[in-house]
Design a protein around this ligand. Structure first.
Ligand code: RB5
Length: 152
């Protein structure tokens, strides 16, 4: 798969550690920054990654900030993005099976690289369950997105 990854200054260390791990799983990683420890704004990196996901330039996105919360909030503002903040292995599997998430958010200040690697491994290898009830619920979320999108 092609994966876009982005982080703010509070997630950049974990991002840099995870890139070679993701590549070792056989995926191609596009690093969209940031690449320094200066304070930056997480929405800028959420947008960069999510726009590539929506445009289908990549298959999935991974976002990292201090808590993962800011990235999650920003990502889920973008129509077509279903982003989950995940800090445990059960949720990594469930959010692919039930929510068909296309973006994963992690908090560098919350978990270490070992847990982050296992979350990513499970999240990338788990398929959407294709269950009708899950698809119906996703369709309802898409309807909400459409209802509250302002069309010029
Ligand atoms: C940056 O200090 C921090 O607020 C940010 O990385 C993130 O945790 C926000 O949700």
């Amino acid at each position: 798969m092609k994966i876009a990854i982005g982080a703010d200054h509070a997630g950049v260390r974990l991002k840099d550690e995870l890139i070679s791990f993701i590549e070792s799983l056989g995926h191609q990683v596009s690093d969209l920054g940031c690449n320094c420890s200066d304070s930056v704004d997480y929405p800028d990196y959420a947008i960069a990654v999510c726009e590539q996901v929506v445009a289908e330039d990549v298959d999935k996105g991974i976002l990292i900030c201090g808590t993962g919360i800011g990235m999650t909030i920003a990502a889920n503002k973008i129509p077509g993005i279903r982003c989950a903040l995940v800090h445990d292995l059960f949720s990594a599997k469930a959010t692919r099976e039930h929510n068909d998430t296309n973006v994963l958010a992690l908090g560098e200040r919350v978990i270490g690289p070992g847990v982050a690697q296992e979350i990513i491994r499970i999240w990338l290898e788990t398929d959407f369950s294709q269950g009708e009830r899950h698809q119906n619920r996703i369709n309802k979320v898409k309807a909400l997105e459409e209802k509250y999108t302002i069309h010029p």
